[in-house]
Design a protein around this ligand. Structure first.
Ligand SMILES: Cc1ncc(COP(=O)(O)O)c(C=O)c1O
Length: 457
């Protein structure tokens, strides 16, 4: 994670050269006085750097905890360069080049999912993109409910409440996927207009069974929204299991899709995306605000998005990253996604073969691994307490894991004798950096020592 002087020199030299090229485009303007930064600015920046020590080392492979992945250096550079223009992708007047780049970047996302016609744009986050998709659902089918599994992202309940649409929680099965019997029952008894299929749940990376949901759609006629904020880029992976592959391959048949380039797409935060299969949904966005400054007949992104101001720099960073690492199934970007999954499978194999751990019912569907700790007495409480101690001991060795409280039904029935319902605090790792595969032995060694010390304490 710490950068060598030569890699920093390379980064900032590239930025300087690109900044010169950018400035040359405006050299016909009379010069203005530029802001000179003095000692105060240097001192403030030093303080900023020092205060930023108070973070986990997210970019390092020994950070194997939450869903956090560093942006690619080209994304960092492109974003930083664009900041000197600070375009606003709401309207072409505020960001001409970056709006065009957004359209091109979104076209790559659509191509990745196999969509031939679509309407789509970037957004500030997965939450906002989901809000927009469900807003369109509500506009299309007013008053009809939203159904999502109990493992769907927590914001779907909130979003439904903001949109004043009834929300139905569908239970998940023993692998964390939406339970089809429960969904069928809900469709029989409630007026459900949209089913949210999560392709990659936040907690355990489960992939909802889209093929069966599409089958149910034939009888019950609902919209399908795919929340692939975390999982979307796995459509490029070469090593998915058959169920996950089948679900990702059917994405072109759903009504809307959300994917977050700021998760697996190597982007800085502030980069989500929503895509609609039917471009005609653009009609819902019409507005005639006297303040907007649409001055041409060309498409302004503000005409097809709920948000007004949006960072043009996000679009530029994504575009630049796609130029360097195109979304080909046999390309370097796709290999990075597959490597993370390989790391998760290898980590899970080691967990399952070691009696100090309690492995769940299934191996990872994407790149999230979770497990409970075997503890004296085999109760969920004792196991949870031990997991927390392992978490602390691992951190002392610079291995940063995450904790997640998960239902006991995700584990085989005899895992906690006498306990069938309730939950247990587990250890969880999102293996989302390609380097995690090469660092597996280091990760395992540190975990091994952390477990030994936690069991003694
Ligand atoms: C499946 C899923 N949906 C939605 C979100 C929310 O996305 P964001 O954090 O970009 O708002 C997340 C975040 O982890 C997620 O995993």
């Amino acid at each position: 994670m710490s950068q060598t002087d030569s890699s920093m020199d390379q980064l900032f030299n590239l930025l300087k050269e690109a900044q010169r090229q950018l400035d040359a485009g405006f050299s016909n303007l009379p010069p203005t006085s530029s802001i000179v930064l003095g000692d105060d600015a240097a001192a403030i920046l030093q303080e900023v750097a020092t205060r930023l020590h108070d973070n986990y080392p997210y970019a390092h492979p020994l950070y194997a905890g939450q869903m956090l992945k560093p942006p690619h250096p080209i994304a960092r550079l492109a974003y930083a360069l664009t900041m000197s223009v600070n375009p606003n992708n709401h309207a072409l007047d505020g960001g001409r080049a970056s709006s065009t780049m957004e359209l091109e970047a979104v076209a790559e996302l659509a191509k990745m999912f196999g969509l031939s016609s679509y309407l789509g744009h970037l957004s500030s986050s997965g939450t906002f993109a989901n809000l927009e998709a469900l807003w369109v659902s509500g506009q299309t089918l007013p008053g009809r409910g939203i159904a999502a599994s109990d493992q769907a992202h927590y914001t779907h309940t909130r979003i439904s409440s903001v949109l004043r649409l009834p929300f139905a929680e569908i239970s998940s099965d023993s692998t964390g996927r939406m339970d089809m019997t429960a969904l069928r029952q809900a469709l029989e008894t409630s007026d459900i207009g949209t089913v949210v299929a999560t392709l990659g749940t936040t907690a355990v990376g489960a992939v909802d069974p889209l093929p069966q949901i599409l089958e149910l759609q034939k009888k019950y006629h609902f919209r399908i929204h795919v929340d692939a904020a975390y999982g979307g880029y796995f459509t490029l992976a070469g090593n998915l299991d058959d169920d996950a592959r089948a679900a990702f391959d059917l994405i072109p048949h759903v009504d809307s899709i959300v994917v977050d380039p700021h998760k697996h797409g190597l982007q800085p935060y502030g980069c989500g995306a929503v895509l609609f299969r039917d471009p005609a949904v653009g009609r819902f966005y019409k507005h005639d605000s006297p303040f907007t400054y649409f001055t041409s007949n060309e498409l302004h992104l503000g005409e097809i998005s709920l948000e007004c101001s949006r960072a043009g720099a996000s679009a530029v960073a994504l575009w630049a990253t796609q130029q360097l690492l195109p979304y080909n199934r046999d390309g370097e970007f796709a290999r990075g996604i597959s490597l993370g999954r390989e790391a998760a499978l290898e980590f899970n194999r080691r967990i399952a073969a070691d009696s100090r751990f309690l492995a769940p019912n299934t191996s990872p569907q994407l790149d999230i691994v979770f497990y409970a700790m075997r503890s004296p007495g085999q109760t969920p409480d004792a196991s949870s307490a031990l997991a927390r101690r392992v978490f602390d001991e691992a951190a002392k060795r610079n291995l940063h894991l995450a904790l997640a409280t998960l239902p006991l039904r995700f584990f085989p029935p005899d895992t906690f004798p006498g306990y069938r319902t309730g939950s247990v605090t587990c250890l969880r790792s999102v293996m989302m950096k390609p380097e995690h595969r090469a660092w597996m032995d280091q990760i395992w060694q540190r975990l091994d020592h952390a477990v030994e010390d936690a069991r003694k304490s």
